[in-house]
Design a protein around this ligand. Structure first.
Ligand code: ADP
Length: 407
């Protein structure tokens, strides 16, 4: 019996059912932000390769599976899949293939059936191994890039340490945990990699170590970059670069970035910009930084309901953006503190999230001040918060030591 032919005939049905199963699987979170086409990616190639191997005439042609799976692993690395998620999607693939071939398998002789089952299993195992190896390669490349970035930011940090500023001891403390984890896991990974025989494939554990290295590395970078922003401001060297900017264009590009975060938590993201000025003179990057921080906070601290962005012109000189959420809210006594560096009002780990640094609002308030604007918060614990930013229609580029009245 030619199962390769059956596999080719059922190709579309297998892919549709498999993509559906991957989407439905609660433990594969990486797909939440991906389209059907992106999840499908190189799967047709993997299946065709499988069919080729199953056909009697091309018994030993594993190379096509190897190539297709390498491609699959590279794409999954780019899409941010965790190793466990890849293992799961292959498990689902195995399940879907067998359930769709079941009828044909039952009709075959026991010998034919055993041969087909064994071959399918072998090929899928090979596909997983190859997929992991290109996935590992992709992740290692990212680790290298991260290392370079860390080296550069470290140079800038060293320069700042020489100029010494108050928040640095806190930063050193905050850096210790993720840094220890990076060093520990990177070490472990490299040691295991060195000890491995060439034929032993990268294990799950190895891949999880790389994931932890990357996660901690990204957190450190985030923390260092945020601290550098604060230090630049406090050193009086931050300068705006105002240009004539299209308000809706700026807002839309930020909304596009945070939209997947809101969708992942099933929050409605509402944008009301009908009364916004068409154009303002502002520093577009700094404005987007303010808005990104406010919107991502609103999403981070809201479990259900909505996040609303309003924008309107208040007078001939000023305009306003406000971000309202239906989230956890902020206790009254913390409402003035939240603009201080490293202050975090929530104490429960689940509310803190893993990517907060306690520096976002400190940066936002400094940027708003630099733009000669004002920021206010109104919040009710358990009901939600509104952050309102009042800005001049024409921002002026002076250094922030002049704004602060410093010499
Ligand atoms: P973080 O990285 O912790 O979010 P921020 O400086 O952006 O740092 O915010 C400081 C603190 O203010 C947060 O830890 C949180 O307690 C509180 N906070 C900020 N935005 C909101 C919000 N929209 N809803 C509830 N709490 C918020």
């Amino acid at each position: 019996m030619d199962f390769s032919q059956t596999l080719i005939e059922k190709n579309d049905a297998i892919i549709d059912r498999w993509v559906e199963a991957v989407y439905q699987d609660q433990q594969i979170e990486a797909t939440q932000e991906l389209t059907f086409k992106a999840v499908r990616d190189s799967l047709p190639r993997v299946l065709n390769a499988l069919a080729t191997v199953l056909s009697e005439s091309a018994k030993s042609d594993l190379q096509t599976v190897v190539d297709a799976s390498l491609e699959h692993g590279r794409i999954r690395a780019e899409q941010g899949f965790e190793p466990a998620e890849i293992a799961r999607e292959y498990r689902l693939l195995r399940f879907v293939i067998f359930s769709l071939l079941e009828e044909d398998l039952i009709q075959a002789s026991p010998v034919e059936m055993l041969r087909a089952v064994r071959l399918i299993d072998t090929v899928i195992d090979e596909a997983i191994a190859r997929c992991f190896s290109s996935y590992t390669y992709g992740r290692l490349e990212e680790v290298k890039q991260l290392q370079n970035q860390l080296r550069l930011t470290n140079q800038e940090l060293t320069r700042l340490v020489r100029a010494s500023k108050d928040s640095l001891s806190h930063l050193a403390h905050e850096l210790k945990t993720p840094l220890t984890s990076i060093i520990g896991y990177a070490d472990l990974f490299l040691r295991q990699h060195r000890q491995q025989q060439p034929e032993i494939k990268d294990s799950h554990q190895n891949l999880e170590s790389i994931e932890r290295v990357l996660k901690s590395g990204r957190l450190i970078l985030h923390l260092i970059n945020d601290t550098l922003e604060i230090s630049r401001y406090d050193a009086g060297t931050m300068r705006l670069q105002p240009t004539l900017s299209n308000v809706r264009g700026l807002i839309n590009s930020v909304v596009e970035i945070v939209e997947p975060l809101a969708r992942a938590k099933e929050l409605a993201l509402i944008v009301n910009c009908e009364s916004a000025p068409d154009q303002v003179i502002t520093d577009p990057l700094r404005f987007q930084q303010i808005l990104t921080n406010l919107l991502s906070n609103a999403i981070r601290y809201t479990e259900s309901g909505s996040v609303t962005l309003d924008c309107w012109q208040v007078s001939q000189q000023q305009w306003v953006i406000s971000v309202t959420d239906t989230g956890i809210g902020i206790p009254l006594d913390a409402q003035t503190e939240i603009f201080q560096p490293y202050f975090r009002a929530v104490t429960e780990q689940k509310d803190l999230g893993s990517d907060g640094t306690g520096l976002g609002l400190a940066i936002v308030s400094r940027l708003v001040q630099l733009m000669q604007g004002e920021i206010k918060v109104v919040s009710q614990p358990g009901e939600g918060s509104t952050f309102t930013v009042l800005l001049p229609l024409e921002a002026i580029a002076h250094e922030n030591n002049q704004v602060n009245g410093r010499k």
